[in-house]
Design a protein around this ligand. Structure first.
Ligand code: AHR
Length: 617
């Protein structure tokens, strides 16, 4: 078939903003700890808890030789860092890092630090080794005073290894907290910095904005603070004040995605990263309506007031003069200059549009009264179609919202068929922030479908003002969500085909659309094999009658779980069982996925997946 494209260079289309394409960073798939945050020690402050993940203990990732116990008492380092390790005389602890271990490179320097409380005159010996022997010369640290103090040492790696271990041994009884090892060679050599290869992959995109920190991470869990009055609650929504200041005072939290988040990568680091890569920072704050299956509207005026004040304080933290309360804290962290925050998003995919809007309007009114130059972005609910989406859009229009965040994850075929989605959007209504989208898969065809779709975004650049693929990162050994743009383990990273497409568009943002017309639509053909995954989210989640049918009606997979489930392969860390003809998750982790390979063909890719949920998520 012949296809033709006609371009009219004399006609002018919409202007394309330099900020049009950006990235969305969420701490999912261990994107932060064990990922972008360069810390090499896992569970450095012994705060892992069964609240984070049923399989965790305060000694997860550590092994003890001799005597050691994790203590939670008034002798702690500070009130927000509850646990510490009490190590017996002549004993040691060894950390296993992430993935296969601590990765070091021959010739590079690694900075160790620890908070320790021992008897003045005693000493710690710190070693970095793998099964082949030492990776660097051991360091001896003299304990200089009786109370808590921070000690440092550095290692020059004499060998490359991806299976390193860090051991701290004490000659006398000593308490330890915040045991840390960083590569000196972080992105831009910043302290408490970011892993260089991952940060460079983002920088190479030249993103126009960085949306952070989530996603479901933001508006799930309790909206309470971390305090004695709240019972030192874990499983809190992401609250930015928890994440700034000295790292040893940042109370860790249970990540919605089933693990512990140290908050070593916090709001200061996000702002700094956005600045470093030349992007506009775009933080998301919770609106006191939980989402992502939790779907509760929190009715507590005092708490709402506090969160609104936190949002105003966030603008002051980002932009305020060093004489202001929060500007001073930013300066104390090393950045007296402002971060030039101009956009804030309130909420993420709320399933209760009326309740969300009642709260959104209050956030927006407060921000606009104090900072009229800050644009407050709203959203359109969890789905891109259906009643919540329709109601949310009606409310957004009625409230004359500046910009609405839409999210969708669909088949490549959907992306090819919906290139014209924004052609008919109301030009006088709110602008669109396509904050999360991806076609289901990381293959070349996915990148191709997204590239085709992005031409539709660009053609409508007068309506679609911002767009970001999601999620950004996945550690290959801790996956809750796939596909993802950039994959990594403890020593390597690689971009997907989708990453290359994003890079192509982001590094070639035009000034203005040149109108064009095309004849014909190329067809899709060619066989590929595929797999179907079923993910569950919490204990007791149960599914029955899973089926996948192709566009032409053929059944590709069907399982009522009445037989055995041996045809399914289990991935992730969760466990499951088949009970009473249902697939049931038996532990509380968000990483529970089982996959069945099938013979899916390209032209069948418009798949219809059905599963009956009998309980849970
Ligand atoms: O990108 C992964 C998740 O998808 C986000 O947390 C959420 O906003 C969406 O449902």
């Amino acid at each position: 078939t012949d296809y033709s494209i006609t371009v009219d260079p004399t006609a002018t289309g919409p202007k394309i903003d330099k900020t049009m394409y950006g990235v969305f960073f969420e701490d999912i798939n261990r994107a932060a700890d064990g990922g972008l945050y360069a810390e090499l020690v896992q569970n450095r402050s012994f705060e892992y808890s069964t609240d984070d993940n049923r399989s965790y203990t305060p000694l997860t990732a550590w092994t003890v030789s001799g005597t050691a116990q994790v203590v939670n008492d008034s002798g702690r380092l500070n009130g927000r860092n509850r646990d510490y390790l009490s190590l017996g005389a002549g004993s040691s602890v060894t950390n296993a890092g992430y993935n296969t271990g601590i990765a070091v490179q021959d010739g590079k320097t690694y900075d160790f630090s620890v908070w320790a409380r021992g008897d003045a005159g005693s000493s710690l010996t710190v070693t970095l080794q793998d099964s082949g022997g030492p990776l660097a010369t051991a360091r001896r640290i003299a304990v200089k005073k009786d109370g808590w103090a921070r000690y440092e040492a550095s290692f020059a790696a004499g060998r490359t290894s991806t299976t390193g271990r860090l051991t701290v041994a004490a000659d006398a009884a000593t308490s330890l907290d915040m045991v840390s090892l960083f590569p000196r060679d972080t992105y831009r050599h910043e302290p408490n910095g970011l892993r260089k290869d991952l940060a460079e992959k983002v920088a190479a995109l030249h993103p126009g904005f960085v949306r952070f920190p989530g996603g479901c991470l933001v508006n799930t869990g309790s909206m309470q603070d971390y305090s004695e009055a709240s019972g030192w609650q874990r499983k809190r929504s992401y609250q930015w004040k928890d994440t700034v200041g000295p790292v040893e005072t940042r109370a860790t939290n249970a990540d919605f995605w089933g693990y512990n988040q140290s908050y070593g990568l916090g709001y200061y680091e996000y702002f700094r990263f956005a600045e470093d890569v030349g992007a506009m920072p775009l933080p998301v704050v919770p609106a006191l309506v939980t989402g992502c299956g939790q779907d509760t509207a929190v009715a507590d005026d005092a708490l709402l007031e506090r969160h609104i004040q936190d949002t105003l304080d966030l603008v002051e933290f980002a932009n305020g003069p060093v004489t202001s309360e929060w500007g001073r804290k930013r300066a104390a962290m090393g950045h007296p200059e402002p971060f030039h925050l101009t956009h804030i998003e309130v909420g993420n995919e709320e399933n209760l549009p009326n309740e969300f809007f009642a709260r959104f309007r209050q956030f927006r009114a407060a921000v606009q009264a104090k900072y009229p130059y800050v644009q407050v972005i709203s959203n359109s609910g969890p789905d891109d179609a259906g009643p919540v989406f329709d109601t949310a859009w009606k409310l957004n229009r009625a409230a004359k919202v500046d910009m609405v965040d839409e999210h969708y994850y669909n088949s490549p075929r959907w992306f090819l068929q919906n290139n014209d989605r924004y052609d008919s959007y109301d030009r006088s209504g709110p602008k669109v922030f396509l904050g999360e989208y991806a076609s289901q898969g990381n293959a070349f065809r996915n990148g191709l479908a997204e590239a085709a779709y992005m031409t539709g975004l660009e053609r409508n650049a007068d309506v679609v003002k911002l767009a970001s693929y999601a999620p950004l990162f996945a550690n290959e050994d801790y996956v809750q969500w796939s596909p993802d743009m950039v994959w990594f383990n403890n020593h390597a990273s690689w971009g997907s085909a989708d990453y290359e497409v994003q890079k192509l568009f982001m590094t070639n943002v035009g000034d203005r659309v040149v109108p064009s017309t095309a004849t014909g639509t190329p067809g899709l053909n060619g066989p590929v094999t595929g797999a179907v995954g079923l993910s569950t989210w919490n204990t007791g989640a149960a599914y029955d009658d899973v089926s996948v049918t192709a566009a032409d009606g053929r059944t590709l997979l069907s399982d009522d779980f009445s037989g055995d489930a041996s045809q399914w392969t289990h991935t992730g860390t969760g466990s499951w069982t088949v009970q009473g003809g249902r697939y049931v998750q038996t532990d509380d982790t968000a990483e529970n996925t089982m996959v069945q390979a099938g013979d899916v063909h390209w032209h069948d890719y418009d798949l219809h997946v059905k599963a009956t949920k009998t309980s849970g998520r």
